[in-house]
Design a protein around this ligand. Structure first.
Ligand SMILES: Cc1cc2nc3c(=O)[nH]c(=O)nc-3n(C[C@H](O)[C@H](O)[C@H](O)COP(=O)(O)OP(=O)(O)OC[C@H]3O[C@@H](n4cnc5c(N)ncnc54)[C@H](O)[C@@H]3O)c2cc1C
Length: 370
């Protein structure tokens, strides 16, 4: 029987683990944190994932997630437009959803090593050596689902890690007056802020900004007042909401550089293979879809002796590129239009007066139900 180690227990790692375990190859999943925990994310999951999640019994029904079908876009200086979303989505916190998936994974027989960071992945002949502080584990296959940026990217010498990225991400949970069916994207200088409801009457407020503003104003609060509040929508939301965290979740060095689905024979999934611009609200859908595609090939590799490692790597790389490459490119290009006064006004104008074009742009960054 072939063995599989999954490194990183976010959405893609957990869903890959569940599929492999249910197909009779229970993997070991190594996660550096302990569930449940918060992470920076807009927590809007695109509707294309719903058929798959329901089929696997992984749609988070017990949390009654708000169903989202409308989109509001505001410009840097506060012009606004609404769009009906074709596929829409639902909202749930990562705190709740990842923990829900973790419970499902344990029930399926996945073996977890929590609070454990993988420091190195080495190739030994046709096998791998996965190294943590206390252990060296040998395995046939490694699935890397360690997210957008990990110390492992440096140890694997992946080229994107050498380029610094100016983007920082900040997340709050708030109580405010925000309609359940609406996702809003508010522009501000060099950034944008997403807002949508999650479980238990809470709202996610998550923004992407440029580190130069943080440097200039010294701290998040001062930066928010000086930069985000120029958009009157954001000023009003920040002034009239209850902020539920003692301090926000933050990350920096968010990179949208090209990565790739197979690196040094390691199978990459989710953000580890490539990260789409957050404004698309499609990163988790891509993570879930890539884990579905990868799991099918891994299950075949584990069960069919004629299906070789070369077959697996070739088939997964080909499928991944076919499904995601154009979406990543479209996301990068559309992101350039955000955060500028003129470009954000232009986009609001398009969403008001050229709805078919605006819908076409949204579709470019989304996939079909799978
Ligand atoms: C500001 C912002 C807003 C976003 N908003 C949305 C949104 O609204 N909708 C959407 O669909 N997507 C959104 N995304 C993208 C989404 O968060 C990601 O695409 C998604 O989380 C990818 O899942 P993943 O499983 O690949 O990685 P992650 O969910 O990041 O999980 C990676 C896991 O690996 C673990 N790990 C890392 N290194 C190691 C190691 N060495 N050893 C062990 N464990 C390790 C981490 O602790 C983590 O748990 C947003 C992203 C950002 C930055």
């Amino acid at each position: 029987m072939k063995s599989v180690i999954i490194v990183g227990g976010g959405i893609s790692g957990l869903i890959t683990a569940i599929q492999l375990a249910r197909a009779g190859t229970p993997p070991t999943l190594i996660e550096k944190k302990v569930y449940p925990f918060h992470r920076v994310c807009g927590e809007y999951i695109s509707g294309e994932t719903v058929p798959f999640l329901k089929k696997l019994g992984l749609y988070p029904e017990p949390f009654s997630p708000p169903v989202i079908s409308r989109f509001q876009l505001t410009s840097v200086n506060g012009k606004s437009a609404y769009l009906q979303l074709d596929s829409g989505g639902f909202g749930i916190s990562r705190y709740a959803f990842d923990h829900f998936l973790y419970e499902r994974a344990k029930a399926a027989g996945v073996h977890f090593l929590l609070n454990t960071q993988v420091d190195q992945i080495l190739r030994r002949d046709d096998r791998f050596l996965v190294q943590t502080k206390d252990q060296k584990l040998e395995t046939d296959l490694v699935v890397s689902s360690f997210g957008k940026r990990s110390t492992l990217d440096a140890s694997l010498n992946r080229s994107f890690i050498k380029k610094r990225s100016p983007y920082i991400g900040v997340k709050y949970h708030i109580r405010t007056d925000h309609p359940n069916d609406l996702i809003a994207l508010h522009n501000f200088k060099d950034g944008y802020c997403g807002m949508s409801n999650i479980e238990a009457g809470k709202t996610n407020l998550c923004y992407l900004s440029h580190r130069r503003h943080l440097k200039q104003y010294g701290n998040l609060k001062a930066m928010e007042q000086a930069v985000l509040f120029k958009n009157p929508f954001l000023k009003s939301i920040f002034r009239n909401s209850d902020f539920l965290f003692e301090k926000p979740e933050t990350i920096n060095e968010i990179s949208f550089e090209t990565k790739g689905p197979v690196d040094q024979h390691i199978l990459m999934t989710g953000d580890a293979a490539g990260m789409i611009a957050p404004l698309c609200g499609n990163g988790m859908a891509m993570a879930i879809h890539s884990s579905k595609v990868l799991s099918e090939y891994v299950i075949r590799f584990c069960n069919d002796p004629r299906y070789t490692r070369d077959d697996l790597e070739r088939d997964y790389a080909r499928s991944w590129k076919g499904i995601f490459e154009k979406r990543l490119l479209a996301g990068r290009q559309i992101q350039r239009l955000f955060g500028g006064e003129h470009t954000s006004n232009w986009m609001v104008g398009m969403a008001r007066y050229a709805k078919p074009v605006a819908n076409w742009l949204v579709k470019k960054t989304h996939g079909k139900p799978f």
